[in-house]
Design a binder for this molecule. Structure first.
Ligand SMILES: C[S@@+](CC[C@H](N)C(=O)[O-])C[C@H]1O[C@@H](n2cnc3c(N)ncnc32)[C@H](O)[C@@H]1O
Length: 286
């Protein structure tokens, strides 16, 4: 399968399973990759003998010089669900790494159930030096648990391809209001403050104009910050778990170029309605 993508061609949406699609894209073609994979991948395939591996001797040296297989084996022995999830995600993350250019950044959007395992596995796979941030997206919506602290945040892990050369410009990012504007000058209060790694942001409003009806749609405000900080106009952005196409809509509005991959036909229809008419579409069969 060869998706019709070239760096001087149009933005592209591909309908199909992401792994074979991204495997054909050329090395180091993207400045920014954002992915928001579903936790429940529906896979039933069992993991390998790695489950029982608790040796301190690693079997493979990972990107960061770590004993990746050993670390993975230990994680798998703690959490079966994570093992299934990671076996699905790992080859896709390896492709993501290959596809990032030397100044590129990967944003991996997760929730509290998998993020701690994923952080350890990613550190081992890519190297701790490449870890840039753990962004907490905090929201306040929906029912509240009464037997524990209600879980009202997602986590976005941020890894860079080259810790000595990555692109990051928070001057371009939408600023946020000071919590106590009376404590700073009027000029500062009017300008707002730079966001930290904790982002308070509403979910997509069920009645707002941004809503597409896609259940896992993420807010454009979250994607705007990511795209603004980690890419420049003209750069290529990739999202291969595109869902409703939020990354594409934001990237195009900010004059970036974009490739989206998504396997769900209903999502592709929503993406089509959100992107410019100049976008190319391709369908690949599994
Ligand atoms: C959590 S949603 C992404 C939501 C998106 N960030 C948004 O704002 O709409 C994950 C998406 O990944 C898609 N997906 C899951 N497995 C896939 C695969 N192997 N190839 C392509 N897309 C896949 C699902 O259909 C789903 O739409």
């Amino acid at each position: 399968m060869q998706p019709p993508w070239t760096p001087d061609g149009p933005d592209l949406v591909v309908h199909g399973d992401n792994l074979p699609v991204i495997s054909t894209l050329p090395d180091e073609s993207f400045r920014l990759i954002y992915i928001d994979p579903p936790f429940n991948t529906g896979r039933t395939q069992r993991r390998q003998a790695l489950t029982t591996q608790r040796s301190t001797e690693g079997t493979r040296v990972g990107f960061g010089g770590n004993n990746y297989d050993t670390i993975k084996g230990v994680l798998y022995s703690y959490d079966d669900t994570f093992a299934d999830y990671w076996e699905f995600l790992e080859p896709r993350l390896q492709e993501a790494w290959r596809l990032l250019d030397d100044r590129g950044t990967l944003y991996l959007h997760l929730d509290y159930r998998e993020v701690h395992y994923a952080k350890v596995a990613l550190d081992a796979l890519f190297g701790r030096d490449s870890f840039l941030n753990e962004i907490i997206w905090a929201y306040d919506y929906g029912a509240r648990a009464t037997k524990k602290w209600p879980s009202k945040h997602d986590t976005i892990l941020v890894y860079v391809k080259n810790p000595k050369n990555y692109y990051f410009n928070n001057e371009e990012v939408d600023r946020e209001p000071y919590m106590a504007p009376g404590l700073v000058t009027a000029e500062k209060a009017a300008r707002g403050k730079l966001p930290t790694d904790v982002w308070w942001h509403t979910i997509v409003s069920p009645t707002g104009k941004e809503k597409t009806g896609y259940a896992t749609q993420k807010p454009e405000g979250i994607l705007r910050r990511i795209v603004q900080a980690s890419s420049q106009p003209g750069d290529w952005v990739l999202d291969f778990f595109a869902g409703s196409g939020t990354t594409g809509a934001v990237a195009q509005a900010l004059k970036r170029r974009v490739v989206l991959v998504e396997q769900n036909a209903a999502a592709i229809e929503i993406i089509t309605s959100r992107l410019s008419n100049e976008t190319a579409f391709a369908k690949v069969s599994a």
